[in-house]
Design a protein around this ligand. Structure first.
Ligand SMILES: Cc1ncc(C[n+]2csc(CCO)c2C)c(N)n1
Length: 246
């Protein structure tokens, strides 16, 4: 099966995600506040962009059933995904509202551009492949942490772990499995070229999931961030003075 190949190829990346210090920190109940804050700032912006990316994907679809999938994904982000952010904010002792205005840092910027590229240039198989590492890696992280007993009463991250580990427990096939099944059906009638493109987007998204943890753990921002903000500040001043002038 196509999805078995993808899982096999992504295995080394998933292993690195399991052992990333941010992720093992969640299991141990110990992550630096500045890393949690950076993560929430970046993820809030990233998920807002995800909503737009799904909306763009819907434009390319014809079947209402397919549309419903992306519409459910949008609703999930709008209504449920703030819960894990709130868990992080509570642990870091910060107000969630204050973390909702950050500029995308380099890897988050790359991930969102990568997703837009999947929708702009790819088939439905490629869009699903690019999207899949988002639910898949989080479900796998949570399942592993639950199997190791990390979701215990002493761990402040337990609600976060349970959220991603249990959100699939509603009687339906877990979301990540549903997407793999759907991808297998599409792959069966896709050309090798289409399958190669989907594989490439899938593996890059897996790596970008790892990069997202890494970026937050070390707070890797734009090196010349101050000059970017000065540039936009100057532009506003420049246009204001122009308005006054004319
Ligand atoms: C970088 C990043 N990757 C994955 C998730 C988790 N996540 C976001 S939406 C969703 C469900 C499907 O829409 C899941 C599991 C995240 N928060 N941030």
């Amino acid at each position: 099966m196509f999805s078995d190949d993808l899982k096999k190829m992504a295995r080394p990346i998933l292993e690195e995600i399991y052992h990333h210090p941010f992720v093992t920190g969640i299991a141990k109940g110990q992550v630096a506040k500045k890393a949690l804050i950076f993560y929430v700032e970046q993820d809030y912006r990233y998920l807002t962009e995800f909503i737009k990316i799904y909306a763009n994907a819907i434009i390319k679809l014809d079947s209402r059933q397919d549309m419903a999938f992306f519409s459910d994904a949008i609703n999930f982000i709008l209504n449920n995904e703030s819960f894990p952010h709130q868990v992080f904010c509570q642990i870091a002792d910060v107000d969630y509202k204050k973390l909702q205005h950050a500029d995308p840092a380099p890897k988050a910027y790359l991930y969102k551009s990568h997703m837009h590229q999947a929708v702009d240039t790819g088939s439905l198989l490629t869009v699903l492949a690019a999207f899949q590492p988002c639910p898949w890696t989080y479900t796998e992280i949570a399942k592993k942490q639950i199997s190791e007993g990390a979701n215990n009463q002493r761990n402040p991250f337990t609600p976060w772990i349970n959220f991603y580990g249990e959100s699939s427990d509603d009687g339906n096939e877990p979301l990540a499995n549903q997407i793999f099944l759907w991808m297998d059906r599409l792959a069966a009638r896709s050309s090798d070229k289409e399958k190669n493109q989907a594989r490439d987007f899938f593996l890059k998204s897996c790596e970008l999931e790892w990069q997202f943890w890494e970026e937050a753990y070390y707070q890797q921002d734009w090196r010349f961030k101050k000059s970017h903000s000065t540039a936009s500040g100057d532009f506003i001043k420049w246009s204001n003075s122009n308005i006054q002038k004319f």
